[in-house]
Design a protein around this ligand. Structure first.
Ligand SMILES: NC(=O)c1ccc[n+]([C@@H]2O[C@H](COP(=O)([O-])OP(=O)(O)OC[C@H]3O[C@@H](n4cnc5c(N)ncnc54)[C@H](O)[C@@H]3O)[C@@H](O)[C@H]2O)c1
Length: 359
């Protein structure tokens, strides 16, 4: 049965999902149709509607959600919870962008809400679908070859995202974004650290604010102690270097391997062992990505988002739980929350709260 999709939020990330979905649908890779689009900005909504031949174009999410089987929530962070509650009322599956919310309380409420309503749910922690990261995680957790993973050095930097390709100003408003570089952008990175090295037990964190927007840190330095005994360090920076829109460099040290990348979307991944360095090609340009019905130059940049969207739609069609679900996001939010507490206490070691203790 064709899955009827509503897209709520026709901005930057809504546009990426819109193109990914158009490519997947046009390429015959999923059986779905975008039937409704929603934005407060009528012009944006109209342009999305034209791209998909959507039947419903509105600024009222409830009208769009009611006629859909699945909704992509692509609005600024503070609006996600109310939209999830509307989707739950309508019994519609949800793909919600990260961060799920501006506070752990809201993330918990949203996780309860989708579980209580029995909704299929996926969060836009899209690095888990990016082939370079899939490859890095696979190589670093291949204990037979690499030994135990010991430590990660993770650097993530981008220009302050209220300019350039982001073209909106809400990321400088703490009431909407919930914080700065750590929660708004590096929630992805906190999730990757736990994906590769296992759950994070405690953190220390320091933050700084150079741009001067209240509550919006543009430097966050986190040291994480994982339950396995491994350690990781994340430096996340929002600067003003306009030639660096978003860039990650990650080095995973295992007992018998160094696995590293410095292009999070295109790869390649480097594997260094006793016999020297190998370049491990990733599949970004291969197989189904080539079937995306979009101009060829768009495919590498869309690949991770298309993979996540495809995963969600395939799981819905099969009746299996999509991944990563809200529980994965909750774990990352708990780490971010502990990091902010640590920073507020001058960098004190701070245990990560366990979700069971909060429920
Ligand atoms: N997964 C990723 O890689 C990724 C990348 C960028 C952004 N995001 C996340 O996606 C979300 C949106 O970010 P963005 O950069 O696309 O923002 P944006 O400002 O570019 O777009 C948001 C759109 O939502 C519309 N809007 C706002 N509130 C609305 C409401 N209540 N109902 C209907 N429309 C509404 C706005 O008019 C705008 O067109 C944020 O949570 C952000 O953190 C995720």
């Amino acid at each position: 049965m064709t899955t009827r999709i509503a897209i709520v939020g026709c901005g930057f990330i809504g546009g990426i999902h819109s193109r990914a979905l158009k490519g997947l649908i046009g390429g015959g890779l999923v059986d779905a149709r975008v039937v409704a689009v929603v934005d407060r900005d009528a012009e944006r909504a109209a342009s999305f509607a034209a791209a998909h031949g959507a039947d419903v174009v509105t600024d009222e999410p409830a009208d769009a959600i009611a006629g859909a089987d699945a909704v992509w929530i692509c609005t600024p962070t503070s609006s996600h919870r109310a939209l999830i509650e509307q989707a739950a009322d309508a019994g519609v599956a949800v793909y919600c962008e990260k961060p799920l919310a501006t506070s752990v309380d809201d993330v918990l409420a949203m996780t309860h809400c989708v579980e209580k309503a029995g909704l299929a749910h996926q969060v836009g922690l899209v690095l888990r679908a990016a082939e370079p990261f899939v490859t890095l995680q696979r190589l670093a957790t291949d204990h037979a070859s690499a030994g135990r993973p010991m430590a990660i050095v993770f650097r993530d930097d981008q220009y302050f995202p209220n300019q350039g390709q982001y073209g909106s100003d809400w990321r400088a408003d703490v009431a909407i974004a919930g914080g700065g570089a750590l929660i708004e952008h590096s929630i992805h990175d906190l999730d990757v650290l736990a994906w590769v090295l296992g759950p994070i037990a405690s953190v220390t964190c320091r933050t700084a604010n150079y741009a001067g927007h209240d509550g919006i840190e543009d430097v966050a330095v986190v040291t994480a102690e994982h339950a396995s005994g491994a350690t990781s360090s994340l430096i996340s920076v929002w600067h003003q270097v306009m030639s660096r829109p978003s860039t990650r460099r990650v080095e995973v040290f295992c007992e018998r391997a160094l696995v590293w990348l410095d292009d999070d979307m295109a790869g390649p991944v480097h594997l260094v062992q006793d016999d020297g360095e190998q370049i491990i090609p990733t599949q970004t340009g291969a197989n189904w990505v080539e079937q995306l019905a979009v101009p060829a130059p768009w495919r590498p940049g869309l690949a991770a988002y298309a993979a996540a969207d495809k995963e969600f739609l395939t799981a819905l069609a099969a009746g299996t739980p999509p991944a990563p679900g809200f529980e994965v996001a909750l774990a990352a939010h708990l780490v971010a929350e502990a990091a902010y507490r640590s920073a507020a206490a001058g960098g004190a070691p701070t245990p990560v709260a366990r979700p069971v203790a909060l429920l």
